[in-house]
Write a protein that binds this ligand. Structure first.
Ligand SMILES: O=C(O)CCC(=O)c1ccccc1C(=O)O
Ligand SMILES: [Mg+2]
Length: 371
């Protein structure tokens, strides 16, 4: 395919509820939506950055810069892009900036699937017709609010409950939830809020029978996670530390984790996500799809990769209504009472863009034309 035009939209959308992690509390999200045009078709990608560099070093500003100055010119320099994997190779010359790369690559994956008139699920080689869904619950002010959130999530049918934790709001809250709700599929996500000095706390958590603990130590560490994993029985799942297949290989070789959270944006796109999935499958390391509080566009990409067979643990791919008053796709992503999302059957990402809803939340548009 030859890309004729790329449109970069900056969006601002309010969450239905504030979302608190160990690194920030957010009430809205600024991010980018990419449109890639070729022969009358449009492919959509989402750049899962935030306004601030707290989860990763990338922001709306850095991603816009990298896209405008480097990625768009690179895409336009290609007369033909036979497959999205090819652009992944071309982008590898540019170091890091994975969320920026992934946004463009994702739009090309959608376009590629639409050109072949197949679903994105088929394009990535996925087989499932429905995927199991979990929920990520932010840090709550009180136990009562936390209990209410957990109860509501169980009532809705979510198949995994992930609780965000931070120092001072961790073991007691986890224990209280375990005692009140019994044997539910429960895990914790620390977003790098701890160090090896907290090793006794994690040993104590072993008694809670958590499915896993996500990213307990530094965002750029895999060595100390190996030390911690040797000292505890609860599986460690890495999120922030994994940016590539090579990171996944190193972490698994070192014994730094027993599970990996794959986020398309964090690893630089769907092509890299598939490579990590395949390697983990070979090594018997289960994976699941993480979330970045995406709009429907990013959510649709997440649904597609979750259909790959080694995504055996429910992902953070909750339905649109968990996050938004009104999503930018139609229909919105919905979940059934058993906590499954049914994989769409329409070509590409499988959802239409709700143009009116998209325009309403667009705060800036830049158009690049391939001359
Ligand atoms: O519901 C979601 O999209 C997942 C929410 C979540 O846990 C998260 C949201 C923003 C940044 C990092 C994380 C994380 O997985 O660590
Ligand atoms: Mg996480």
């Amino acid at each position: 395919m030859r890309i004729e035009k790329i449109v970069v939209r900056k969006l601002k959308m309010d969450y239905r509820f504030p979302f608190e992690t160990s690194f920030a509390r957010t009430t809205d999200r600024e991010f980018l939506i990419i449109e890639a045009y070729s022969e009358g078709l449009v492919g959509y990608g989402e750049c899962v950055v935030s306004a601030d560099p707290y989860y990763s070093e990338e922001t709306v500003g850095t991603a816009s810069h990298i896209i405008e100055e480097f990625l768009v010119p690179l895409v336009f320099s290609k007369d033909q892009i036979p497959h999205p994997d090819d652009i992944n190779k071309d982008f590898s010359r540019i170091r890091r900036n994975n969320m920026a790369k992934s946004a463009i690559e994702g739009a090309l994956w959608d376009l590629y699937a639409k050109k072949k008139n197949i679903t994105l699920t088929e394009a990535v080689g996925g087989k499932k017709s429905k995927i199991e869904v979990g929920v990520s619950i932010g840090i709550q002010e009180s136990l009562e609010e936390l209990f209410a959130q957990v109860q509501d999530s169980l009532d809705k049918g979510f198949n995994k409950i992930k609780m965000k934790i931070k120092p001072g709001k961790d073991i007691e809250m986890l224990r209280a939830v375990r005692e009140k709700f019994g044997d539910i599929p429960l895990m914790a996500d620390a977003n790098s809020a701890y160090t090896l000095d907290d090793i006794d706390l994690f040993k104590e958590m072993d008694s809670l029978n958590l499915m896993m603990i996500e990213q307990p130590l530094a965002h750029d560490d895999i060595i100390k996670h190996a030390t911690l994993q040797k000292a505890i029985t609860t599986p460690i799942c890495l999120d922030e530390s994994i940016h590539s297949l090579e990171d996944a290989q190193n972490a698994i070789e070192l014994g730094s984790c027993k599970i990996i959270n794959i986020k398309i944006g964090r690893v630089g796109g769907i092509s890299e996500a598939i490579k990590i999935h395949d390697y983990c499958k070979e090594k018997n390391i289960p994976v699941w799809c993480g979330g970045m509080l995406e709009s429907g566009v990013g959510r649709a990409h997440n649904i597609a990769i979750t259909t790959l067979e080694n995504f055996t643990i429910p992902g953070d791919t909750a339905p649109s209504s968990r996050y938004w008053h009104k999503d930018i796709i139609t229909p919105e992503v919905v979940m059934d009472e058993e906590g499954y999302i049914h994989v769409p059957e329409q070509a590409g990402i499988g959802f239409d863009i709700d143009q009116e809803a998209l325009d309403k939340v667009t705060v800036d548009i830049k158009t690049y034309t391939n001359k």
